[in-house]
Design a protein around this ligand. Structure first.
Ligand code: ARG
Length: 261
């Protein structure tokens, strides 16, 4: 009888231990399974329709939908940091975020400082003037004029290079935000703006007093940038981009922002 009791006790103890171990295990597993890793994304959120703040001050845009869809494939959630465009690569390399998604053109000089994903969008530079401007109809007419653009962007870089080479006798004025360029053009402070065609098209749709003139000045591709030698993140971003391009998600997002307006 005494033996029976001790066996019973032993069985009960094992059972209790098992229950507590199982309980413990599932308690640990639950949060680990639910908690997604964060993908920290840096950008300059003043570049409609790619990344900008809506009326609720929320960051939205084509790039946002693309990176969100990619993050979903990677089972990650996204957090944003908004800053000056010209500061993005340095901030990336300082570890302030993991990836730049900011309509950033893939350029050789930028590739020296960061690694880029496969291209996700084709772009180019365009010239915008006020609709009633009859003097500027293309690139050559910028001679003797004041041209503006966003600091550190390909439009400004192109204007400065052409000026330095003596190809264009232009005064270049750069602003931290493209919105300020449009504002100063409206005020007659600058004559023209050179920036990404998608941005000019969107602005012209919303402001009928603006027009695009001349040819597209360049062929560019946007890529997302990660810190150099971060092959693991780069590979998973590229794989996620492939997936959303193949499964139709990319096309849906493209349509949302660029078609049927
Ligand atoms: N594509 C141009 C560049 O890479 C302009 C990008 C500006 N992007 C922005 N979010 N403000 O230089």
């Amino acid at each position: 009888m005494k033996k029976m009791l001790s066996i019973l006790l032993a069985v009960m103890m094992v059972a209790a231990l098992t229950v507590s171990l199982v309980g413990c295990g599932s308690e640990q597993a639950a949060p680990a399974g639910d908690e997604q890793e964060v993908l920290r994304v840096g950008m300059n959120a003043g570049f409609q329709p790619f990344e900008f703040k809506d009326e609720n001050n929320e960051i939205v845009g084509f790039d946002i939908d693309i990176i969100e869809a990619m993050a979903q494939e990677m089972n990650m959630k996204v957090e944003y940091k908004d800053m000056d465009f010209g500061a993005l690569i340095t901030a990336l390399n300082n570890g302030e975020f993991d990836v730049i998604a900011s309509a950033m053109t893939i350029r050789d000089d930028r590739k020296e400082k960061a690694d880029f994903t496969d291209p996700y969008f084709n772009a180019g530079q365009a010239i915008a003037v006020m609709k009633d401007n009859n003097e500027i109809a293309g690139l050559d007419d910028l001679n003797g004029k004041i041209v503006s653009g966003q600091s550190g962007t390909t439009g400004i870089i192109m204007m400065q290079e052409m000026k330095e080479k003596g190809e264009l006798d232009v005064t270049v004025r750069d602003y931290p935000n493209i919105a300020q360029c449009f504002m100063d053009m409206g005020n007659g402070v600058v004559d023209a703006i050179v920036t990404d065609i998608g941005v000019v098209q969107r602005y012209a749709q919303q402001h009928p007093d603006i027009k695009i003139v001349g040819d597209t000045l360049s062929e560019e591709e946007y890529g997302m940038a990660v810190k150099k030698d971060n092959a693991e993140l780069l590979d998973s971003l590229n794989a996620a981009l492939d997936t959303i391009e193949e499964n139709g998600t990319y096309d849906n997002i493209y349509e949302k922002w660029f078609m049927g307006e």
